[in-house]
Design a protein around this ligand. Structure first.
Ligand SMILES: O=C(O)CCC(=O)C(=O)O
Ligand SMILES: [Fe+2]
Length: 229
């Protein structure tokens, strides 16, 4: 018997469910065929890792770009001031390395870059973190009305670690006991939904505090439809 749902796991309308199911199928098929894919061995979430997705020059370039735009990350939907203490910012989508990254993600996932939000960079100094959260939108919240009009629910998350972190800064999938240590150039891709197109609570995750050194990542969040107005 499955455990009773936590209170927060109440009913959520899932208007994009069919689209999310189809995207799940499409991306899964592609990733499973990729000889470079490492599937994290759990049944309850679809999480894949790829080593050396970006090279050292590309990583260094993106880290410089992040330093230019990074501002304190917006603290969304929580009153906890320590919830997300990193710095982040949208990086120039016309930059050649950003375009290369998007093309490579398209080849890998088979989702058009235009179906994803613009690439966001994020930087953590020692002590900084992003506590447990989901990347999918809560369709019970007020903000959903806007997101529903601008691409709909988030489908897959693609995140590249740009550097090795001296200590700390792992990505922890908190409900399934999976931790991913940052590794320069490695890509992590996961489906925020289940194969049925409903949000997957087992994708709840946190960026644990950096203990020593810095941590840089870039992320592209794909949607269920073309992103934007
Ligand atoms: O930095 C990480 O390891 C995870 C970041 C994250 O979860 C996010 O930006 O949504
Ligand atoms: Fe996240």
């Amino acid at each position: 018997m499955s455990p009773p749902p936590r209170q927060e796991e109440g009913h959520r309308p899932t208007p994009d469910r069919k689209a999310l199911r189809l995207i799940g199928d499409r991306v899964r098929k592609r990733l499973m065929q990729d000889p470079g894919a490492y599937r994290v061995p759990v049944d309850s979430a679809e999480i894949f890792a790829f080593a050396d997705f970006l090279d050292a020059h590309e990583c260094a370039h993106l880290m410089r770009m992040i330093d230019e735009v990074a501002l304190p990350s917006r603290i969304t939907r929580t009153a906890d001031p320590d919830f997300r203490t990193s710095y982040s910012g949208d990086i120039d989508p016309s930059d050649p390395v950003v375009r290369t990254l998007e093309r490579r993600l398209y080849d890998l996932t088979n989702i058009e870059p235009t179906w994803g939000e613009s690439v966001q960079g994020q930087r953590y100094h020692p002590g900084q973190q992003f506590k447990e959260h989901c990347d999918w939108f809560d369709t019970n919240q007020e903000y959903w009305k806007h997101e529903a009009q601008t691409g709909g629910q988030r489908s897959w998350t693609a995140m590249v670690y740009l550097n090795d972190v001296e200590a700390g800064g792992v990505t922890a999938f908190t409900r399934i006991g999976v931790t991913i240590p940052p590794q320069a150039g490695a890509l992590l891709v996961w489906n925020n939904n289940g194969p049925d197109g409903a949000v997957n609570w087992n994708t709840m995750h946190a960026a644990l505090p950096v203990e020593r050194g810095e941590k840089y990542v870039v992320t592209k969040w794909f949607r269920s439809r073309r992103w934007g107005a």
